[in-house]
Design a protein around this ligand. Structure first.
Ligand SMILES: [Zn+2]
Length: 112
């Protein structure tokens, strides 16, 4: 693993931004690797680490098109669909259960 430059909190040089800072400027990392990290020391805990990207390598956010919204809706529908009973549970199936709650606990009494 290559050593990344580590900057102290608030001491990052110009030209670097976090993912959220890029987003605020209508940019995205665009596949570039993390260019540097920021560390904020914390008392008796490991430092808070922020990943920085290079602004000059960032790419514009791709606008949502009808096709992208359709794809997003299909993805969310798939996440709500229980693989056991194939029903849309109305919520994202928890990875810890892998199925909807009634399928995961078939013997539990149904709440009124
Ligand atoms: Zn189910």
């Amino acid at each position: 693993m290559a050593a990344l430059p580590v900057f102290r909190w608030r001491l990052a040089p110009d030209g670097y931004a976090t993912r959220r800072q890029l987003r605020a400027r209508g940019l995205r990392p665009g596949g570039q690797p993390v260019a540097a990290t920021l560390e904020r020391p914390r008392r008796r805990r490991p430092p808070l680490v922020a990943h920085l990207y290079r602004v000059d390598l960032a790419m514009p956010v791709r606008p949502m098109t009808p096709g992208r919204w359709r794809a997003h809706a299909a993805m969310m529908r798939a996440r709500r669909t229980c693989p056991s009973c194939r029903h849309d549970a109305g919520y994202v199936i928890p990875a810890s259960l892998g199925k909807c709650v009634p399928c995961a606990y078939p013997n539990e009494q149904r709440a009124a």
